[in-house]
Design a protein. Sequence first.
Length: 188
Amino acid sequence: MDPKRSARIFLGKLEDKDCITAEHSRNVARLSLKLGRAWGLRRKELRELEMGALLHDVDKLAVPDHLFEKLRKGTPLDREECLRLHEHDQYWKEDNPLLAEMPQVVQDCQRLHHENYDGTGVPMGLRGSKIPLSVRIMQVADTYDALTLNLPARPGMRKEEALRALQDLSGAVLDPELVDCFVELMEE
């Protein structure tokens, strides 16, 4: 199946499960494209980055609905629920042929978006430029949108606050050069 068609199918499923996550994914794709263009990515790279950003949270389809409800309300999870929540990373497996057919950039965005620039992230503890550029771009957009998105459990930050928070994460969680570029873009 065509990867773009597969991406639309997954985004539709995500919309059905959780419209907030789907909105977040669309925002992350839009912001990733903006940063990717500024960084000089070519057309094909931008298309793959957009698809990767749209699907970076597709693994949440495997999270049980009752956990989603607790997260939406800001209700604390018990230890067993936390473990169950982290099992959603297993969604990306060979037994899901639609995901396995996606370009490598898309797979990287989904699997590696919890890596940290300083090497303290998961699942592989990748550091700096060992994290693919598409993932590092998407992480900046993902973090910014997560900070500014209004959720039932908490209001989003104002733009200025979120940009300062990104700068605070620069070099530890996020690529500092990409953060600087993003902040410049958003201040224009």
